[in-house]
Design a protein around this ligand. Structure first.
Ligand SMILES: [Zn+2]
Ligand SMILES: [Zn+2]
Length: 217
């Protein structure tokens, strides 16, 4: 791979099956330069989050891989469920829609909440629900892109859900919206499964400087 990084993986701190050390070992084996551990927010209370951050930092010290510690928050109608005190302990925050919705408009309304939240860095698997609830109109997507650009938010390119599509990624590149590769691995075996992300990124004309974590690549 040209840009071997994976910034969305889960461990036993949420619904993944591997320990933090297992994900890091898998990243080393696959030759990743950057790995992020990003467990689901709803599993991480105030005490657990401290232990989680400490454990990632401890394993990171012994690794050649740049290991980041993040979180995957849920976007709800009341905001993203990552409190500020948690966000400030973490390297970055992913915000994703996990609710079942009826229309693409409802989905985009939630994404806009995250795009306006100053603790959010990356929108997770944007559009994963569209095949089921319908695709938004071009003007609606335009509004999302404008908001992301204005607020300096990034999108992950998810190999698990194969989203966003190449057209959307191309628009991100054109506007200087940063991108990052994501396996969304829930097992160590899947860590680094980001081949689809890189192919879509390159097809969309992406260059190193378009990647959120380019400084480590
Ligand atoms: Zn998710
Ligand atoms: Zn995830």
């Amino acid at each position: 791979m040209m840009f071997p990084h994976d910034t969305h993986t889960h461990t036993v701190y949420s619904d993944g099956t591997g320990a933090i050390a297992d994900n890091i070992a898998a990243a080393e084996e696959r030759g990743l330069k950057v790995l992020a551990i990003t467990d689901h927010s709803r599993y991480l209370g105030p005490k657990t989050v401290n232990r989680y951050v400490r454990e990632v930092r401890r394993w990171a010290e012994d690794s050649e891989v740049m290991v980041l510690v993040g979180i995957e928050g849920n976007i709800t109608g009341n905001g993203v469920d990552v409190p500020a005190f948690m966000a400030e302990k973490l390297d970055f925050v992913i915000a994703s829609v996990h609710e079942w919705l009826e229309t693409p408009e409802q989905y985009l309304e939630l994404v806009k909440i995250a795009l306006m939240d100053e603790d959010v860095d990356v929108i997770g698997h944007f559009g994963a629900n569209f095949p089921y609830i319908g695709f938004p109109r071009a003007e609606e997507l335009e509004e999302i892109l404008e908001l992301a650009e204005a607020n300096g938010k990034a999108f992950e390119i998810s190999s698990r859900y194969k989203v966003p599509d190449v057209e959307f990624i191309r628009e991100c590149v054109r506007r200087g919206i940063k991108l990052t590769f994501a396996s969304d691995a829930h097992t160590p075996r899947s860590v680094g499964n980001v081949g689809w992300s890189e192919r879509a990124f390159i097809k969309a004309g992406g260059k190193k400087e378009d990647l959120l974590f380019e400084e480590f690549l």
